[in-house]
Write a protein that binds this ligand. Structure first.
Ligand code: MEV
Length: 315
């Protein structure tokens, strides 16, 4: 028997970094997916094949001994084999359309699709249970994850999240396209979050004012999303980008990418931790092709994405 599942990647539309200090953030799932298929095999091994490499290990190894980025899949397979007390191996195949390590939720999508494909080999599992498993698996590689990414990858659509109140789905279906361009500068989320903490400690008052402004901005954005006001949303993206500049997570290359995007999009900003990774530019059918062309002409890796409203899919 083969079990297959897919889950979308995500972007942070508004509120990254400030969310760490209690401000509300807005995330959305994008229509780029990870697909995972899993089947039980007779050999006593957990075998994982992916476009970033392979992992072959017998079950029951302590998770701390696994050094591969494919560790969450091993964790999930091992956990399910143990839980159901079965004498089986497993073959797992991972196919991803989401670029890795650039803040687009590839690891969360892997954990969600992996948790669904693997657990459903043993029993029917609800979306809620799959999400819990996925967050547990993601913690094997990113201990302090808030769970926000796995949540949006599981349920799809747009969500608001803050530390105190958790997640709630935004029931708007705005009709925009995002152009996502990759700076190809590697970044460490952990290091950048630590730099922002330093900035905050040196500039308490300034930072607290920025948090207030970001909070107001996010509240305005919630109305603009309902009204599908792309011009207003774009302006707020640029305003949000100014706040991200102030806390020091931008750089020359990201700034020049945002300038380039501004020539024909409604607005653009960094998405995620910054320091590298990706920018997003807001477009609709009238300017999408132009923005993509502009980035391609300058040899940027770039693609367009829409909101994914489906979330986790199993088949
Ligand atoms: C990283 O994708 C988002 C940050 O806000 C960190 C976090 O929320 O954990 C920078």
């Amino acid at each position: 028997m083969k079990s297959k599942a897919s889950a979308p990647g995500k972007v942070i539309l508004f509120g990254e970094h400030f969310v760490v200090y209690g401000v509300k953030a807005i995330l959305c799932a994008i229509n780029k997916r990870v697909t995972v298929s899993a089947s039980k095999i007779h050999e006593n091994t957990i075998s994982i094949k992916s476009n970033i490499g392979d992992l072959n290990m017998p079950p029951n190894k302590p998770i701390t001994e696994i050094k591969s980025p494919l560790k969450p899949f091993y964790f999930l397979a091992n956990k399910m084999i143990e839980k159901h007390n079965q004498n089986t191996g497993m073959e797992i195949l991972v196919q991803s359309e989401i670029p890795l390590g650039v803040g687009l939720g590839s690891s969360s999508a892997c954990c969600v699709a992996g948790a669904a494909a693997i657990s459903r080999l043993f029993s029917e599992t609800s979306k809620k249970e799959i999400l819990e498993l996925a967050i547990e698996a993601e913690r094997t590689i990113f201990q302090n994850t808030s769970g926000a990414d796995c949540t949006v990858c599981t349920f799809g659509g747009i969500m608001e999240y803050d530390k105190k109140n958790g997640f709630s789905k935004i029931n708007s279906e705005p009709n925009f396209h995002l152009v996502i361009a990759n700076s190809e500068i590697e970044h460490s989320t952990e290091a950048i979050v630590a730099n922002v903490k330093q900035f905050k400690e040196k500039n308490e008052e300034k930072f607290s004012n920025l948090c207030k402004e970001e909070s107001e901005l996010v509240n305005n954005v919630l109305v603009l999303l309902k009204n599908n006001d792309l011009s207003g949303l774009g302006k707020n993206m640029l305003k949000n980008q100014e706040y991200l500049e102030t806390i020091g997570i931008s750089n020359e290359k990201l700034r020049s990418m945002i300038e380039l995007a501004q020539e024909s999009s409604f607005g653009a900003k960094i998405t995620g931790a910054g320091g590298g990774g990706c920018i997003i530019a807001l477009t609709d059918e009238s300017n999408l092709e132009n923005v993509v062309e502009q980035f391609k002409k300058k040899n940027y890796e770039c693609f367009s994405a829409k909101i994914d409203f489906k979330g986790l899919d199993t088949f």
